[in-house]
Design a protein. Sequence first.
Length: 284
Amino acid sequence: MKYRFALVLQVLIVFVAVRSSFAAELDQQTVAAWDKYVASATLHMQDRLAGKSPFLWADEDPARRRQLNSGEIVVSPLGESHPLLVPRGLIHHWIGAVFIPGARIKDLDDVVGDYGKYSEMYRPSLIKAELLGSADDEQKLSILWVQRVLLVTAAFYTEMDSKFCALNSRQGYMTFTTTRVQQIENYGEKDERRLAQNEGSGYLWRLVSFARFEERDGGLYLELEVIGLSKDVPGSIRFLLKPVIEHIPRQALTAKLDQTRQAISSRASQRSTSAPIARERGTL
């Protein structure tokens, strides 16, 4: 155990040194590779919506669905290589799923739209969420979040477009696309400032998410697919960083799904306890 801890600590120290020492601007070749990958992932998403493949990732494997029904959160990387190496960048593609007994789509909609409570639901990483604009089922919002990993504190101001779409009474999906990512240098200090877009350490350049949900089996299945772009690291030490690079997104996605499950479960519980009161009042 001591040996494993020492090894992980050494890897993290290398991770900090590399990420802190090699600031860079986002390259157009990297952007082109990112756009191509997201386009391919979007086509796969459309195949699910069109019924060409299972709507839910959970339905691709009976064992996976049993895990969800037993209360587990299932998280996995996607693609043949993870992260995927592209010119001067790394693409991280992960998917996670959770089943929430007793929940309905309305509960999910209420939670997702309650931006003022995001800082409570997703503490401590999400600091503030604010709705910037809304039209029908499309919203534009800003999110300030901070990720701390031992010696590293990475803070970002992001703006994203969000779309909520109900396919029918049981199924729907959401998309989240970042339109602005600005790293915050010296977060929490007097000289704190936002860097220009596409500048900084390269912890995060781009982010796209797809969420799918289905009301079934006495509850709600929720899946979140996240694709992120970060700067590459020198190949000579990439193998040392691989455990860290894989651990952080897995941990973050698992935590977000668990926090979302708790919020939706709470909303579903409030709905179920208030329903008898509403019926009682209706009889007066």
